[in-house]
Design a protein around this ligand. Structure first.
Ligand code: ADP
Length: 450
């Protein structure tokens, strides 16, 4: 396929489109997955902060007495609390009762009612003046670019009056690190996935185009074969006509004209066969389907070719196994042609003293016509091709018998258009059996209804 410019271009085009569309889908999916993941992670951060801040808030409020002042009992449950006005020793104790903010990334800030920082717990962002904004949630960034997320809550003392503010926050370093890693994985994996998709697209486009390419090759082959077949009788006619022109004898001219006539008949038969095949391919033949009696077709044809069989010294017999006449629906002329092509082959390819037996039987909903000969047989290599157009096992022998290699192709095309089939079994030197299967007219229909 790749040697053919048109098909190579079409394959490239198809693969390109496929890879492009898949690339867009992959990129969009990657971006969506990243966004969903970032959102879920952010929600988890919020929930965690909310829970820690809520626990602190609820535990501290009953211990707060005087507004804007840290009471000793708060220092007891938060031993690592650092009061700005006092000297605090961060190293003295790292454990506290409210273990939720024991994690390194968390911190808590205590602000008085005017928003001034009065105490801290943990490692708050450096160089940032805490502010009470309108929004409870804040995301802030220090001078080094480290991000923090925090929530501000109003604290009341044990008598229900406003005490000040509590800000609980956490570093977003692990969150940002996680997202960076995910982004990196996506950036690396997307081109790899795109490469894999491109390779797969190339092969898939090849698979998809293979049947089209095969049909194209068949048409090319068919055209070449048809041209070849037409050339032979045309060349013969031309040569004969040229010799007729140079001949003076009337007798010789008559012979020459007869030869031309024979070649013309062969030529027109070939053209008719080709026309029939292409019309059947295009389903242009009007379906003049009628009930046809398979018994009549078979016995008529056996009678018709009896003289040919006698001439070839071949014993021709007919055995009708079915009791009742078998009716099939179809084009009678075509059905005659179908059986005739197979029957003539059987006689043609059976040497003198051989036998050709025709059986008519019924199997399930099919009329079965079996044509069995003791002829030359067909090699197993040729067997799968004998229904191909212009295929001849031995072209010399076939040509001598006037065959063009279209007989079985026509028979098969007729069988297929009638919903049937032809099967063949053959052994070289032993003979062949062609089994023609045509669906019966209708289940339980007998000749009396027709
Ligand atoms: P042709 O017109 O050459 O007979 P067909 O399409 O009818 O072409 O048959 C294709 C080929 O199949 C023939 O060339 C012949 O070699 C082989 N063939 C068909 N029928 C028989 C048979 N009964 N016995 C042996 N060979 C056969």
């Amino acid at each position: 396929m790749n040697h053919n410019k048109i098909f190579f271009g079409a394959r490239l085009h198809l693969a390109g489109w496929y890879a492009g569309v898949m690339g867009i889908i992959l990129t969009l999916s990657g971006v969506c997955i990243y966004q969903v993941m970032a959102h879920a992670h952010w929600q988890a951060v919020d929930r965690e902060l909310e829970s820690v801040a809520g626990t602190l808030h609820d535990s501290l409020e009953p211990l707060l007495i005087e507004s804007d002042r840290i009471s000793p009992s708060v220092q007891q449950i938060l031993p690592n609390l650092c009061v700005i006005a006092e000297k605090c020793d961060r190293e003295s104790s790292t454990r506290h009762i409210l273990g939720a903010i024991q994690q390194e990334s968390f911190y808590a800030l205590f602000l008085n009612r005017s928003g001034t920082l009065i105490a801290t717990v943990g490692e708050p962002p450096m160089g940032i003046v805490p502010q009470i904004g309108q929004d409870a949630w804040q995301t802030i960034e220090d001078r080094e670019g480290n991000r923090y997320h925090q929530i501000s809550l109003l604290l009341k003392n044990n008598s229900g009056k406003a005490w000040g503010y509590l800000q609980v926050g956490r570093s977003l370093a692990d969150y940002d690190h996680h997202l960076e890693q995910s982004k990196l994985i996506l950036i690396v994996s997307l081109p790899i996935a795109f490469l894999i998709v491109s390779i797969a697209s190339w092969y898939l486009a090849g698979f998809a185009m293979q049947p089209v390419y095969n049909s194209y090759r068949q048409i090319q082959q068919f055209t070449a074969d048809a041209a070849h077949e037409l050339r032979t009788p045309l060349a013969a006619i031309r040569a004969t006509a040229e010799s007729a022109l140079s001949s003076n004898s009337e007798l010789e001219s008559r012979d020459i004209l007869q030869t031309i006539n024979r070649q013309t008949i062969r030529l027109s038969q070939l053209v008719q066969d080709l026309l029939l095949l292409s019309r059947m391919d295009l389903q242009l033949i009007p379906s003049q389907k009628q009930p046809c009696c398979a018994n009549e077709i078979v016995s008529d044809l056996v009678e018709e070719v009896a003289a040919l069989a006698i001439q070839a010294e071949v014993k021709l017999t007919l055995k009708v196994i079915s009791d009742a006449p078998l009716y099939v629906t179809g084009n009678e002329e075509q059905l005659y042609r179908l059986v005739l092509n197979v029957l003539i082959n059987a006689i043609d390819y059976t040497p003198a003293q051989g036998k050709v037996e025709v059986f008519l039987n019924r199997l399930d909903r099919y009329a079965i016509i079996q044509i069995q000969d003791t002829g030359i047989g067909i090699d197993s290599i040729d067997l799968p091709h004998i229904f191909d157009r212009f295929y001849r096992v031995s072209s010399d022998r076939s040509r001598k018998k006037g065959g063009s290699g279209l007989g079985l192709a026509i028979a098969m095309a007729i069988a297929k258009t009638h919903g049937g089939d032809i099967q063949v079994k053959s052994e070289l030197g032993e003979g062949s059996t062609f089994t023609i299967k045509i669906p019966l007219l209708s289940h339980g229909l007998s000749h009396t209804n027709l």
